[in-house]
Design a protein around this ligand. Structure first.
Ligand code: SAM
Length: 280
């Protein structure tokens, strides 16, 4: 049975076969990287050989579920992306290798090789006819840069008005304790990154699948950006973390919608909700 806006506390590999083929607009997959992280289970403790076999298994399950207009982002590291991308290129069209520069400060680091400070994200489409809304994620120029582009060759250029393409190196700080969105999950991704994927690669009301939901960043992005979601998370504590996050995101969304409304009822609701938020 195909139910949207649902999170399952279960193994994605057991649940994904239940999804109808060609039903998903976007997959955002942030699996264990095969580096031995502790997710409260052994999911990240496979040997390299078994890790790659497991990866091929879940990829083979998820690809048929993606619509012809759909796409997938997959987070990996340099250790395994050559093998994973080679495999995926036999099944999908590779559009980008995105580098997430985690803004790691320069402090000591490796002494026998260069310190690794990025994650690699593969961006793949099911067909040439994939959905992609660049305007939704353009980065606006600041006033100073705009002013500097006053030469006649720049006048009337759409990109100057609407902002530039975010390109394929995304410099976004990993989450620290001081970040208000931070949860107690070892590899939580910043909303800024996931929002960019959701907004550019799924239509409003589209369905986004996250097979390895962790703290639920994809789910939260979908709620805040009016997309539907389906997510799996095997660890019951992280599953509960997602439910708690959803509750907070839902009240934030109601609050934002009220602020957007200029009528008296909107004002009344936003005043009262802000009081509720303060009490909490
Ligand atoms: C890299 S983390 C995802 C982090 C997430 N993107 C976020 O922003 O919080 C991978 C998650 O996959 C979960 N996981 C591992 N194997 C799984 C499986 N077979 N099915 C569902 N979840 C799984 C782990 O418990 C972990 O929370």
């Amino acid at each position: 049975m195909f139910e949207i806006d649902k999170i399952y506390n279960d193994d994605a590999l057991c649940r994904m076969p239940d999804l109808p083929d060609n039903s998903i607009d976007l997959v955002i997959a942030d699996p264990p990287y095969g580096l031995g992280k502790d997710y409260g289970n052994d999911s990240d403790k496979l040997s390299p050989h078994n890790y790659l076999k497991w990866t091929e298994k879940w990829l083979s399950l998820v690809i048929p579920k993606i619509k012809n207009t759909g796409s997938m982002f997959i987070f990996t590291t340099w250790r395994f992306n050559p093998e994973i991308f080679s495999f995926l290129k036999t099944k999908m069209i590779m559009l980008n290798e995105i580098i997430w520069d985690r803004k790691v400060p320069s402090m000591g680091g490796s002494t026998r090789r260069f310190s690794s400070v990025h994650d690699t994200i593969g961006f793949f489409a099911k067909s040439k006819n994939y959905y992609f809304d660049l305007d939704a994620v353009r980065i606006p120029y600041d006033a100073e840069t705009k002013k500097a582009r006053t030469r006649s060759i720049f006048i009337g250029k759409k990109w100057l008005e609407v902002g530039y393409n975010p390109k394929d190196v995304w410099t976004v700080s990993r989450l620290h304790r001081i970040h208000s969105e931070r949860e107690d999950h070892p590899t939580q991704k910043p909303l800024e990154i996931i929002d960019r994927m959701v907004l550019s690669c799924s239509p409003e009301d589209g369905v986004v699948l996250d097979p390895f939901a962790g703290s639920g960043t994809t789910v939260i992005s979908c709620i805040l950006n009016s997309r539907h979601y389906i997510a799996y998370e095997i660890n019951p504590e992280y599953f509960q973390m997602i439910l708690n996050r959803i509750e907070r995101a839902d009240s934030e969304k109601i609050f934002d919608n009220c602020i957007d409304r200029n009528d008296e009822y909107g004002e009344y609701l936003s005043r009262n909700l802000s009081q509720v938020n303060l009490i909490e």
